[in-house]
Ligand binder design. Structure first.
Ligand code: ATP
Length: 589
């Protein structure tokens, strides 16, 4: 807890002064709220005196009015200062988080992190706002008010003050017990873990909606989402059940002040040990003395929750960044890619088991093999989506880890099978390939990628908004945009992972023609299931279960690699297949 608090204070940085002022204003404001009670006490004294001093009563009423005005003015100032500080801290925090995410390897953004990231960036950061803007000033007031009230009451009559405070130690003991139980139980951590799982499941649920709908399933059938919502609800029920008895006891003790003040006060009044105004003052202030303490309990629960959020933000900020030892960087003359005994695991599952392969500059190297053999993973390692657990990958003779990530990304273009678009215009999407590209250059690249034709049919052509909130593009259209971006980027290394999967036969040959110009003098790695598209590659590497089981030209592999020749055979047979319906049955011919 103290670490998270220290982190929060560091985060507050220069805003600490503003926060301190906000807390001071909040404390003074709550003290102003006490003044009208004191005024009532003083007026009662004056009224019960032998001669009524109307002028003094008038002055007291004025003081009470000013105190009320001050109270609300200070509350406003405190809230303004706290909100200003909170939003500055939030702004800095969001910038730091975005900056951090930009420096993390792309593999970090895999599906298992989506819920965690959504929660940290949106929910946890928002919690910091409530903590700084509301909880800190409120907490200060809740601590300062009872202390000052108690001191004042002691100066008026120490015996009744003790009576008013009698239940407080017992209430504190219960509060400490609740805090200790909360700490031991790890409930807050569990709650945040479940919230992350739920966030991840929601993202997955939305993505899986087409499958859910097409199979006429309900939310109950989507087990991960259903279970996470249920687990979250039952954890809260469990927390409430466990804490309610102690919380009720705590409230009971806090509210029991009257049980002590009233009998003690009346007994003393009867013996003329206190005056009526003093008894009145204790009934007004003494009974309310413990009200702020009730708020402390609620706030301390919220603080535990918020500090868990702080811990999670801290954990993202502490994620290991990709670093590079770039001393004396020089662009390589050749861009050969050299895998040297590369091993890589997702968690404990090793999917590349000592891959040794070279993709030469100026040549097209194809990765082929059965599904799940590790082709895409190997290609992704070239762009440092992940780093190998053993071995190294060299680009232009140097370990890719020695290039700064942004420099490496400058040298590598990727076209995936499933290309996301950003929700912006077609122009903006294309421009990502080359931010300073001229209009003509963008259109030229779109034409080369066979994208110009479909873009021209969009309602606003190149100015059409696409992606979320705009026009949805088909898989093939998105892929052609990605190819246009790659053409614009013109990086020396080009990785095409199932880049033609959506293209129809006519477009594929046109795109290949356009690409053949782009490929000149580059290091190209192609992954394709349709073997006919890579049969002419300079070098074909056959993957199987994380190993390389063959390498060479198409002709060499047909002769020496049984897996490749089987795959080629299967590919040719598949080319002859067609789905036909015969008498209501579907069969392969
Ligand atoms: N992000 C990931 N987390 C965990 N496992 C993964 C991840 N991505 C891939 N895998 C697993 O690693 C193995 C290799 O996957 P990879 O995508 O590299 O194979 P591939 O040869 O490209 O397959 P395909 O041809 O079907 O695309 C597979 O068993 C896959 O399930």
């Amino acid at each position: 807890m103290s670490n998270a608090l220290a982190f929060l204070l560091r985060l507050a940085g220069t805003e600490r002064i503003r926060l301190l002022l906000s807390c001071v204003c909040s404390a003074v404001s709550s003290l102003c709220a006490l003044i009208p009670f004191v005024v009532v006490y003083r007026i009662a004294e004056l009224v019960l005196a032998d001669s009524i001093d109307a002028a003094a009563i008038g002055r007291l009423i004025l003081i009470a009015l000013i105190a009320v005005l001050f109270r609300f003015a200070l509350m406003g100032i405190s809230s303004m200062l706290a909100h200003a500080a909170a939003f500055r801290v939030l702004y800095d925090l969001r910038v730091r988080l975005i900056d951090k995410l930009g420096k993390l390897p792309l593999g970090f953004f895999g599906e298992q992190h989506s819920g965690r990231l959504k929660k940290v960036i949106s929910d946890d950061v928002e919690r910091i706002e409530s903590f700084i803007a509301h909880h800190l000033p409120d907490l200060t007031a809740s601590v300062v008010t009872p202390i000052i009230t108690a001191i004042y009451l002691f100066t008026v009559d120490w015996r009744l003050a003790i009576a008013a405070l009698l239940p407080v130690p017992a209430a504190f003991a219960v509060q400490l017990l609740m805090a200790a139980r909360g700490k031991r139980s790890d409930d807050m951590k569990k709650m945040h873990d479940l919230s992350e799982t739920m966030n991840g499941a929601i993202v997955e649920f939305v993505h899986a909606m087409p499958v859910i709908k097409s199979f006429n399933q309900t939310v109950h059938s989507f087990a991960r989402y259903h279970d996470s919502v249920e687990n979250y609800a039952s954890l809260w029920t469990h927390i409430a059940r466990k804490n309610t008895p102690l919380y009720v006891l705590y409230l009971l003790l806090l509210e029991s002040g009257l049980l002590f003040i009233l009998p003690a006060g009346l007994w003393m009044y009867e013996r003329q040990a206190v005056t009526l105004p003093v008894l009145l003052l204790f009934l007004l202030l003494g009974v309310g003395l413990t009200t702020p303490l009730r708020q402390i309990s609620t706030l301390s629960h919220m603080m535990q929750n918020n500090l868990e959020s702080v811990r999670r933000i801290e954990a993202v900020l502490a994620e290991e960044e990709q670093k590079a030892d770039e001393a004396g960087f020089r662009r390589p003359e050749r861009y050969d890619i050299d895998f040297r005994q590369v091993r890589f695991s997702y968690g404990s599952r090793e999917v590349l088991k000592g891959v040794q392969v070279k993709a030469e500059h100026g040549k097209v190297t194809a990765f082929v093999g059965p599904s799940g053999a590790g082709k895409s993973t190997a290609a992704q390692l070239i762009a440092r989506f992940y780093d190998p657990s053993h071995g190294e990958i060299r680009l232009g003779g140097k370990d890719i880890r020695s290039y700064a990530p942004e420099r490496l990304m400058d040298m590598v273009s990727f076209v995936f099978q499933d290309v996301p678009v950003i929700s912006d215009t077609v122009f903006a999407n294309l421009r990502m390939g080359k931010p300073d590209a001229e209009l003509g250059e963008l259109i030229h690249a779109a034409k080369a990628a066979q994208a110009h034709e479909f873009i021209s049919t969009l309602p606003d052509g190149y100015d059409t908004l696409i992606g979320e909130g705009g026009i949805s593009l088909s898989g093939g259209e998105r892929q052609r945009l990605a190819i246009a971006r790659a053409i614009l980027k013109n990086a020396p290394v080009l990785i095409l992972d199932e880049a033609f999967a959506f293209a129809d036969a006519e477009n594929e040959s046109k795109i290949q023609e356009a690409l053949s110009r782009l490929l000149q003098g580059k290091t190209v790695v192609v992954i394709a299931h349709r073997l006919s598209t890579i049969a002419d590659a300079d070098h074909i590497v056959v993957f199987d279960n994380g190993h390389i089981v063959g390498a060479g030209t198409h002709a060499e592999l047909l002769e020496h690699c049984s897996l490749y020749s089987n795959m080629w055979q299967a590919h040719r047979e598949a080319g002859e297949w067609s789905l036909t319906g015969e008498g209501g049955k579907v069969c392969l011919t």
